[in-house]
Design a protein around this ligand. Structure first.
Ligand code: SF4
Length: 333
């Protein structure tokens, strides 16, 4: 053993983080303000206390109904309010969706997420997606849906069909919600999330950073997620993908350290949630992604396309996971 190794002492926690019953925005901001490496270290400790840090949950996302959405989310190329060149596509045939789900499963995904660009589904839409959900579930995959705002009884119908997770993001800091989206309110999101929980579905709920928000506003987003009771099982953290034609096409770049800080703060405040490195990963160098995994990210979207934007291809992701000695959740090490 070298002299250097002999002098090493075990790492001691810098500070323990009891999970607050309620996270005030200023408390979350204090986490953001920690020295960068202390923050990453603390988040890594929290991660290791609750998860095997070698395991990454893989979800594949497919747009099953694309474009023409009546909502005006300023980040979204699928909004009918903006000219982005996204081609409108009605609800796809069940066979096409099942074929994609089968491929996702064969490549190691454990969850298949289906997105439809609706303000909210109509009863006939719920009937159609229920059939799709049951068929995907029949392949042995976990199922997740993101279909917009739900009316009474719809969450129960989706659960009955075999849906495991419902994705409904809180998008941004509640205090600036209507700077980004003008066709609905933060309370509408909370209302659908309550219906989803009431039906016994698991919740996938995150947000987007890099939309010209301040650090305090990023803290506001994370606090709003961490204060959901119970906390979401999955927390996708997206970096804005700037799409020509959307109002946020020229948003200022977010420094990469700020994105890593956001992941770390999400991990500390939501210790038992899967924190997903989501949109924007194509633009993230491998070393940055590795640091995000160190800071507590333990889930990725896996597949070469998200709803309409690019994602790293699966071969590249497999190579990166091999380099980092990571393995898909559920695969023996
Ligand atoms: S984010 Fe969803 S709700 Fe908003 S415009 Fe896009 S598809 Fe519609």
């Amino acid at each position: 053993m070298s002299a250097f190794v002999q002098t090493l002492e075990p790492l001691k926690p810098l500070q323990s983080h009891p999970v607050a019953a309620y996270w005030r925005k200023c408390q979350v901001e204090e986490l953001f303000d920690l020295p960068f490496l202390d923050l990453v270290f603390q988040a890594a400790q929290v991660h290791r206390a609750h998860f095997n840090p070698q395991e990454i949950q893989l979800s594949t996302l497919m747009s099953i109904k694309t474009g023409g959405c009546p909502e005006d989310c300023e980040y979204c190329p699928q909004s009918a309010h903006y000219q982005t060149g996204v081609e409108k596509q009605q609800l796809l045939d069940i066979e096409e969706i099942l074929a994609k789900a089968q491929i996702a499963k064969s490549r190691g995904a454990s969850r298949f997420c289906m997105g439809a660009a609706w303000r909210g589904p109509k009863p006939k839409d719920v009937a159609q997606v229920s059939e799709i959900i049951a068929a995907v579930k029949g392949l042995g995959l976990e199922t997740c849906g993101t279909f917009g705002m739900l009316q009474e009884g719809m969450a129960e119908d989706l659960k009955q069909a075999g849906l495991d997770y419902y994705n409904h993001n809180l998008d941004t800091d509640p205090e600036r919600y209507n700077d980004i989206i003008h066709t609905r309110a933060h309370e509408d999101r909370m209302d659908t999330l309550a219906k989803v929980r009431h039906a016994g579905l698991k919740v996938c709920c995150g947000g987007i950073v890099g939309m010209n928000e301040t650090r305090a506003e990023r803290a506001g987003l994370i606090a709003s997620l961490a204060n959901l009771d119970p906390q979401p099982e999955s927390v996708p953290i997206n970096q804005l993908v700037k799409v020509e034609g959307t109002p946020l096409a020229d948003a200022a770049d977010l420094d990469w350290t700020e994105f890593v800080r956001t992941i770390a703060v999400a991990r500390i405040t939501m210790p038992k949630s899967y924190v997903r490195l989501s949109a924007g990963r194509s633009d993230m160098p491998e070393a940055m992604q590795a640091l995000c995994f160190m800071a507590g990210a333990n889930s990725i979207f896996y597949g070469d396309k998200l709803l309409t934007t690019e994602n790293p291809d699966q071969d590249h992701d497999r190579e990166l996971m091999t380099k980092l000695d990571l393995r898909p959740l559920g695969v023996a090490g």
